[in-house]
Design a binder for this molecule. Structure first.
Ligand code: NAD
Length: 488
């Protein structure tokens, strides 16, 4: 580790943040956070027990009335200060994410920008929580529709975007006047711990955001979700865990937001601008080492351009530099752990067994860390596991289609419905695809769509609700209708 890295890690809090204080866990255990590029321990942090989870919820419940009563302008200004502080400290946050998650430093800087935008956006939205007002159609009285904070929230985040997945939930909760308990992924808790300190530095009162890190997510979460004082569960992670959490949330009829897995189709028509399609493909597939819910999972390419597309992406991918995300020029960092490497390998092997061709890469890399060679597969047959499961790794799998109807059928042949990507020069076809593809989001001619100002979310088993944009704050607001009798 470099001197800069050691100094940064020393400054990252290692305890639980409850009621505005850093407190020890009562479990007597600790979590070792590792650098996936080397396998070495970066830092040891507190491992929350069930009792710690309860304490964190107590703190969120205690702070809820005063936070809900805090003027929206004040809530917004705290978020704006947090945005400014994050810009000042962007290099620290970028390096920390690369250390604990593995992505190249340039991409971590991009995540600081993206994640920070939620602070700015919801800081602005805090003062625009408008309702509506109008006459009762029957003529007797006035209807008023207003919004108020939903109440204490439990926010669970994944490891793949350690900052942005946290700010995408924490910022709208703060803006709406809700308090929360945040549980980051045990693989990447450091960014959230550093971030909550930044929120406190920005003036966030004690108890508004509490953070618990734990290696026993299920045991600690269950009683929090079952507690009748909790009013909202927001989760980003895999679909199987989301389904189990929805079952638990049903017990308390909780409001839920679920940002779950994806299996994005990337459709290239014969009339596409291939330069743009290749550029979009490399971004949609290899950003975040392929570990993104929005990652293109299935490349569905017209048979007349498939070979040229494959040659061009293979030429680019075989030049990618693989290594520790801190090193200059690295495009592909390590995968998060051994299981992720094994999964990518198994999906490639299954595709090859069913007739696919490896054009480059195809296997894990020897040596330290959890690296998988950036891979291009062609001729991926229907029925291959790789077309059904999230790859979550740097593997670009190409299948072909003959006509538009077949492309649509192939693209929609999945339980997921997060995002799709379409490349065509034909505007009418593009419009037909907007209607035809069952996804919550679409990139038409682009390979990256995430934006704090847009409603992010999926349909089918990719989730419920939207984060970001004008809708994002409503995930944390209840609607209240009041009928006011006519003046007598
Ligand atoms: P995961 O489901 O394993 O874990 C996500 C979070 O849930 C972690 O904090 C984990 O500790 C926690 N968790 C796990 N089991 C739990 C339980 N029983 N009770 C409570 N919490 C529990 O997912 P992951 O591997 O961290 O993240 C990758 C997944 O997240 C992929 O499927 C990806 O598509 C999805 N994802 C979705 C979005 C989106 O916006 N739709 C964004 C990023 C990631």
């Amino acid at each position: 580790m470099t001197v800069t890295e050691t100094a940064l890690l020393e400054g990252v809090p290692d305890r639980l943040f409850i009621g505005g204080e850093w407190v020890e866990s009562t479990s007597g255990r600790a979590i070792e956070v590792r650098d996936p590029a080397t396998g070495l321990v970066l830092k040891t942090v507190a491992d929350a027990s069930v009792a710690d989870g309860a304490r964190a919820l107590d703190a969120a419940v205690a702070a809820a009335p005063s936070w809900a009563a805090t003027p929206a302008r004040e809530r917004g200004e705290i978020l704006r200060r947090a945005f400014d502080l994050l810009q000042e400290r962007r290099e620290e946050f970028a390096l920390l994410m690369t250390l604990e998650m593995g992505k190249p430093l340039a991409e971590s800087r991009g995540e600081v920008t993206y994640g920070g935008e939620f602070l700015r956006w919801f800081g602005e939205e805090a003062v625009r929580i408008a309702g509506h007002y109008g006459p009762n159609p029957e003529g007797t009285g006035t209807m008023v529709v207003s919004h108020r904070p939903v109440g204490p929230c439990y926010l669970i985040t994944p490891w793949n975007f350690p900052l942005a997945m946290a700010t995408r939930k924490i910022a709208p909760a703060i803006a709406a006047g809700c308090t929360s308990v945040v549980k980051p992924a045990e693989l990447t808790p450091l960014t959230t711990l550093l971030f909550v300190q930044l929120l406190a530095d920005a003036g966030l009162p004690p108890g508004v955001v509490n953070v618990i890190t734990t290696s026993t997510a299920g045991d600690v979460s269950e009683p929090i979700i079952a507690d009748p004082r909790l009013r909202k569960l927001s989760f980003t992670g895999s679909t199987p865990v989301g389904v189990s959490l929805l079952r638990q949330a049903a017990g308390g009829v909780l409001r839920t937001s679920m940002e779950l897995g994806g299996n994005a189709p990337f459709v290239v028509f014969d009339d596409a601008d291939l330069d743009k399609a290749v550029e979009g493909a490399l971004l949609a597939k290899f950003r975040n080492v392929g570990e993104a819910c929005t990652a293109a999972n299935r490349f569905i390419v017209h048979e007349s351009v498939a070979e040229e597309f494959a040659e061009r992406v293979t030429a680019a991918v075989s030049e990618f530099v693989v290594g520790r995300g801190t090193d200059d020029g690295v495009r592909i960092g390590p995968l998060i752990n051994d299981e992720a490497v094994a999964k990518a390998g198994a999906l490639v092997d299954d595709a090859v067994a069913r007739g696919a061709t490896v054009r480059t890469g195809g296997a894990a890399l020897e040596g330290d860390g959890t690296f998988f060679a950036p891979t291009v597969l062609t001729g991926v047959a229907r029925g291959s596991d790789i077309l059904r499961e999230e790859i979550f790794g740097p593997v670009l799998a190409i299948s072909t289609f003959a006509d538009e109807a077949e492309a649509v059928a192939m693209a929609n042949d999945t339980q997921y419905g997060l995002v799709s990507y379409v490349f065509t020069r034909d505007l009418a076809r593009g419009q037909r695809m907007i209607d035809a593809l069952d996804t919550g989001m679409m990139g038409l001619g682009v390979g990256v769509i995430s934006n704090a100002a847009a409603p992010f979310g999926g349909v089918k088993q990719s989730g419920i609700g939207r984060e970001g944009g004008a809708l994002g704050i409503h995930e944390y607001l209840e609607t209240k209708y009041t009928l006011i009798a006519p003046a007598s």
